[in-house]
Design a protein around this ligand. Structure first.
Ligand code: ADP
Ligand code: MG
Length: 305
């Protein structure tokens, strides 16, 4: 049983309205032209001792912001559901709140409510987030043949933080991700892109999701994947960049003639962007040129292989 099997069962027979395109994108469009998303983090599944309680608070906000920004939205409010075992110390809550508040301040988001319960064993932190009113949302199902495929930032940094924590004791990609949501909002609202998704489950998984939903193929150039210096000379670079996730960068597709404009906007937002491949028609599969895709390193739903 995979995560997708479960979501399929849960959403059988779901009517499409009011979220115009139904379930399946990074967030859902609801009434009043706003979008809404929901993400959960569970102790020992989504974090371990590599994250401080304050990091967990930050990250819970950041991963919701990531989905809102991937639709081209600006976050406005959130609700928090927190379930804690009896043994949890108030210091944990204080530190978690501090990290959460820092992130809420950064993205100018109001915490407007939530729920608090006891949990048998592990801490469970779950957040819903809504956007301001918007227009020109970005979707996953609208990539077009001939589009360039772009990614923001660098890929694989969070994987290094996860698998080689001794080498990189404080890895901000894993612990304090900063999704480039303002940039996502700008390129979507200016109609500069055809499709967008956030890279939370790894480049291979998320590109596959976008291409399947858009009914297109894709070719990625493995030598074009952006890496920061922490990946230099690392034999597992390609796997870290494509098969882990947690990057919280954006993958978007755009007509080739918009390259100069996209680069200019990225520079204005202090975001780096790299062109990593092409959208092809549906008869092509999703390839990494002639290199096989590295096998998945981790899935939140299944135990690590
Ligand atoms: P993301 O990684 O962008 O947060 P997910 O992989 O969690 O997205 O979910 C994929 C899609 O399935 C999203 O549209 C999400 O809203 C939907 N989804 C996930 N879990 C459920 C559920 N339990 N019930 C209904 N819809 C769900
Ligand atoms: Mg997402």
């Amino acid at each position: 049983m995979t995560e997708d099997d479960i979501i399929k069962e849960l959403t059988k027979g779901q009517r499409k309205a009011p979220n115009r395109f139904g379930i399946g994108d990074d967030a859902a469009l609801v009434v009043d032209n706003r979008i809404i998303t929901h993400d959960t983090m569970i102790e020992s599944i989504h974090w371990d001792s590599k994250l401080s309680p304050a990091d967990v608070g930050w990250k819970l906000v950041a991963i919701n912001v990531s989905d809102i920004g991937a639709m081209g939205g600006t976050p406005e409010w959130c609700t928090l559901s927190l379930s804690v075992p009896e043994k949890t110390n108030i210091d944990w809550i204080t530190a978690f709140s501090k990290g959460m508040r820092e992130a809420l301040k950064k993205w100018n988001i109001n915490l407007i409510g939530g729920d608090t319960t006891r949990s048998p064993n592990h801490i469970v932190a779950s957040m819903a987030m809504g956007s301001r009113r918007g227009y020109n949302w970005a979707w996953q199902h609208t990539a077009q043949k001939g589009d360039d495929i772009w990614v923001t930032g660098t890929l694989g940094d969070a994987a290094i933080g996860f698998f080689e924590p001794k080498k990189h004791t404080y890895n901000t990609a894993l612990q304090r991700p900063i999704p480039p949501a303002e940039f996502g909002q700008t390129i979507a609202h200016n109609k500069m892109i055809h499709a967008m998704i956030d890279i939370s489950d790894g480049l291979h998984n998320d590109l596959t999701r976008l291409c399947t939903r858009s009914k297109v193929g894709a070719r990625i150039d493995p030598t074009a994947l952006p890496a920061s210096s922490v990946l230099y000379n690392n034999k597992k670079s390609l796997a870290y960049q494509t098969a882990f996730g947690e990057d919280y960068e954006y993958l978007f597709t755009a007509a080739p003639n918009l390259e100069t404009l996209l680069r200019k906007l990225a520079a204005q937002h202090k975001v780096t962007i790299h062109k990593i491949g092409k959208i092809l028609d549906a008869k092509h599969s999703i390839t990494l040129d002639n290199t096989p895709w590295p096998s998945t390193l981790f899935s939140h739903f299944q135990k690590a292989k």
